[in-house]
Design a protein around this ligand. Sequence first.
Ligand code: ASP
Length: 340
Amino acid sequence: MKVILPAVVICFSLIPACSAVLPLVINTWPFKDATAKAWSTLHSGGSVLDAVEKGCTQCEIQQCDGSVGYGGSPDETGETTLDAMIMNGDTMEVGAVGDLRRIKNAIGVARTVMERSKHTFLVGESASVFAENMGFSAEDLSTNQSRNIFSKWLNENCQPNFRQRVSPDPTKSCGPYKPSATLLEQRRRDQTIDIHGHDTIGMIVINQAGQVAAGTSTNGARHKVPGRVGDSPIAGAGAYADSTVGGAAATGDGDIMMRFLPSYLAVEQMRAGIDPSTACRTAITRIKKYFPGFFGAIVCANTTGSYGAACNKLPEFSKFPFMVFNKNSNGPIKETVDCI
Ligand code: ASP
């Protein structure tokens, strides 16, 4: 007897709703307008790069949870600086910016680095000058909200902070510094431990033809040391895309996560035939082995449209929300995964 199998790919996923259809947009956190924007960009004929750029730009405009775009995460001098990247999984080209100042559309600048220069990654003041030369407008990235966060921090003797084993001359800088905690502990002290209250947008878009692009955008860590660049703009750390395999994008404590290139690791796992959920879990487990208390999560998808996610379980953080929009959805769907 001939058995006819249904023409669907089975997802070996812990996520019940995981279904393998294309096109697919998946992103970290419940940033649904960004998901919808990426989907509509694709639907109206845009490329996967256009979809990632427009989706992440939407979050930059909306200042998603105060952690993407202008007016969030002031550094030790009160300035908001931005990190972003975009990757073309067909050509393996990447454009990235770190410590970008004065320019609101960080992922737009990242794409311009990729398409209008032979470089991959520009940082700091020079990245901002490049952006201005390319026609991006220079604006103050501070807002009343970021100024308030900064003054509160100053009034609290610059606590929390990212310094350790340092006793700066108090006449020259704010302090005395106390050792920094992990990003999650720091956020708890900031009373911002609300999973809807932060984080990098990391997005993967795969079209019907299986072309993959991925990108990220964030304003990084609150009260960071000026010059700090996180994991988000680093290819393989913040995100990675390869149209022969799939893509991955991460969020969390970038100072730790960037040491493990979790997005690259997840894509390489999928290249070896591992399903996206397991690939995501492997990337988190690798970090957890060395930093059990780290705060982080990752989303992964392969070119069949199968997807998954994983996060590190902490007392305050046991489920990670992310957004999915694929051919089977009527709109952006919020899913969650149990942390490991
Ligand atoms: N990964 C970002 C950074 O460390 C922050 C985050 O995703 O929470 O800059």
